[in-house]
Design a protein around this ligand. Structure first.
Ligand SMILES: [Zn+2]
Length: 295
């Protein structure tokens, strides 16, 4: 089976060196193994994404010498795919509507005796999970905005124990329960990061998901969604994150210097590659990973 990797940025700003690292990592893994490299534009957050950043992403990647093997998929053009996945989970009785505002949730957490934290912050305390079905239906019909949350206890019980493979960590036990009842559809968007990524990786035949170590924990949720939706299971490789001279992660810095600024200062594509250091993904290992579980 052919290895398929992807780079999946959000067009909310210009790419910086951290993005370049991720893109080169995914691209080179595919190229070294005779595979395919695809570009996906993660623009479900239509309020924050801008068309000019999509153009800039493509231009910057081309400047780096990276070519993708099919037209980029734009998530905002595929909301129906995410709606189908939601309908399937809803038919399995794994979703519930959550009408809480941010303020409601903050209040619930304040009042709770304990507020367990997950990888994304405090876990949702579950107020709406306990809403009587009739009341939830009435509020939905009345047009009250709601998000859809995954009932994590039900979902993990249904899926049973799961594992996934990472190129650096090896076999990992999936622990999606760390996240609590994650949002799978936002109030204003018929999907969420977790759902859209999982559905797209399957639809696009991605066999090796490469991305920064900051998304390691998110994979627990993605693995669970794959099990629930009956999707193929890729391999993963979470790579180290580039840091600046002070050791601060570039992804976390709003003022991280963009590739185009560095370009205007005379940076050459070859120098970007040199900054990345030696390739972290030896060919043979990448090949094994990409072919182990995909399809
Ligand atoms: Zn709620």
């Amino acid at each position: 089976m052919t290895m398929v990797t992807r780079f999946a940025p959000s067009p909310t700003g210009y790419l910086h060196l951290g993005h370049a690292f991720s893109a080169i990592f995914a691209h080179d893994a595919a190229r070294r193994n005779g595979g395919r490299f695809i570009l996906r534009i993660e623009d479900i957050d239509t309020g924050r994404c801008r068309p000019q950043f999509v153009e800039a992403i493509e231009e910057d990647l081309a400047w780096l010498g990276l070519a993708w093997d099919e037209p980029p998929r734009r998530q905002s053009a595929h909301f129906d795919d995410y709606r189908s996945a939601l309908a399937r989970l809803e038919a399995m009785d794994l979703l519930y509507p959550c009408f809480c505002t941010r303020a409601d949730i903050a209040q619930q957490i304040e009042r709770a005796a304990e507020a367990p934290h997950g990888p994304d912050g405090p876990r949702y305390p579950g107020l709406c999970r306990a809403l009587p079905a009739a009341e939830a239906a009435r509020r939905r019909q009345a047009g009250e905005p709601f998000a859809l949350r995954l009932d994590m206890t039900k979902a993990t019980a249904l899926a049973g124990p799961l594992t996934w493979r990472d190129g650096e960590a090896g076999e990992v036990d999936a622990e999606p329960q760390l996240f609590g009842d994650v949002v799978l559809a936002r109030k204003d968007t018929p999907t969420s990061y977790h759902l859209a990524v999982t559905v797209d990786d399957a639809l696009q035949g991605v066999t090796l998901v490469t991305r920064g170590a900051d998304l390691f924990a998110a994979t627990h949720v993605h693995r669970l969604l794959q099990a629930l939706l009956g999707l193929p299971v890729p391999a993963w490789h979470h790579h180290r994150l580039l840091t600046d001279a002070a050791g601060c992660r570039l992804a976390k810095r709003s003022d991280a210097v963009s590739l185009r600024t560095l370009r205007s200062q005379g940076l050459m594509p070859g120098e970007v590659r040199a900054l990345m250091g030696a390739p972290l993904l030896p060919d043979r290992r990448a090949n094994e990973l990409g072919q182990a579980q995909g399809g």
